[in-house]
Design a protein around this ligand. Structure first.
Ligand SMILES: *Cc1c(COP(=O)(O)O)cnc(C)c1O
Length: 350
């Protein structure tokens, strides 16, 4: 296939976290899914949209996602012109690169953070720069003026789980000549968010997902908040019917049931704090988490040994072969019973 673009020929492609076909047989703590079902109002809204015979599916959905954007705008204190919806926040990350970074131009992100940024940059033929982290979780060697076109800042960070303080993110925004995209996939589990920076800085975009806190990974829903000029650019390049009718109904219902979100997120945070304390008692080292997962290292700093021990007991967690991360594991916080069973196996493994 000599006509294939060389960057596509050379790239490996993204490898998603493993989804076992017999998922019922596993305690699945490897892809940060939510252990609780989505809000009952979401399920009702999907049934209502579908109707008795699925008649609504004959017709195209609202290409502008107006109801969802109005709902999100009211919730976050913005005008709907500052909001765009997406087929998962991955779609937004993709379209942000397409809109702002030409072939050969530069994209940056933190190492370690979300590995999909690299795949998207490779597809675009962009140049990649990564910034490491200092011991106190600041960017190592970040220049006074960063000239790249776009910087992905995952906060809270995945896979480590810490969040950057807001004044530090604001400083990074000022130092970026290009766009600063704050990937807030886990922010509903955190104490702070960066929404106010969207209003204060021309170059800041915040992306959110419904996959984690809203328990809708299977529905594929995300959204972004940014200045109307940025939203308009993203609107031009997206697929016009990117969200189906059921997803639109689900998104509006999920956003409108904040009581359910607070209740389920609260339970996950409580379980996270309990499980973290238990692991510390076992001698594990943990990064204090602002997310629905923890990154934890066993006393012998052999993440692979623990991964394999858990795997043999049908408990699936995430082990990374990146040398910066082999000393530990990323474990999603499931329900209390999931974590009690996991803890019991970890005690056996020593
Ligand atoms: C899960 C995740 C996403 C992707 O979310 P989707 O909405 O499911 O596409 C983006 N960024 C980070 C850091 C994530 O962990």
């Amino acid at each position: 296939m000599s006509c294939l673009r060389p960057n596509i020929a050379q790239m490996a492609g993204y490898v998603p976290g493993y989804q076992p076909p017999d998922s019922e047989a596993w305690i699945k703590l490897n892809t940060n899914e939510n252990p609780y079902p989505p809000s009952p109002q979401v399920v009702e809204a999907i049934h209502r949209e579908l109707g008795e015979k699925g008649d609504s599916l004959r017709m195209y959905p609202d290409a502008g996602s107006l109801r969802v954007r109005q709902e999100a705008a009211a919730l976050y204190g913005f005008e709907p012109s500052w909001v765009i919806t997406a087929n998962g926040s991955d779609e937004l990350l993709n379209n942000l690169i397409r809109a702002f970074v030409g072939e050969g131009e530069e994209v940056a992100y933190i190492h370690p953070s979300y590995s999909y940024y690299a795949t998207l940059a490779q597809i675009q033929g962009a140049k990649i720069t990564t910034f490491g982290l200092t011991a106190d979780y600041r960017l190592a060697d970040f220049p006074a003026r960063y000239e790249g076109k776009l910087f992905f800042l995952t906060s809270p960070n995945a896979p480590l789980g810490f969040a950057f303080p807001l004044d530090y993110i604001a400083e990074i925004a000022r130092r970026c000549a290009g766009m600063l995209v704050i990937d807030e996939a886990y922010v509903d589990f955190a104490e702070i968010n960066a929404l106010e920076l969207v209003k204060q800085h021309d170059n800041v975009v915040v992306t959110r997902t419904f996959s984690k806190s809203y328990s809708l990974a299977g529905m594929r829903l995300g959204l972004a908040l940014a200045r109307p000029e940025v939203i308009q650019a993203l609107d031009k390049i997206r697929d016009h019917y990117h969200l189906d009718r059921l997803a639109l109904a689900a998104a509006a219902a999920a956003l409108s049931d904040q009581a359910y979100l607070a209740e389920t997120v609260g339970r996950i945070r409580d379980t996270r704090e309990w499980f973290s304390a238990q692991l510390r008692d076992l001698g594990y080292t943990l990064v204090a988490s602002q997310t629905n997962f923890i990154f934890a290292s066993p006393p012998d700093r052999n993440g692979k040994r623990i991964y394999e021990g858990l795997y043999s007991r049908k408990i699936l967690v995430r082990y990374f072969t990146d040398p910066l991360l082999t000393h530990g594991l990323r474990m999603t916080i499931g329900n209390r019973s999931d974590m009690e069973q996991t803890l019991a196996v970890l005690k056996e493994l020593g």
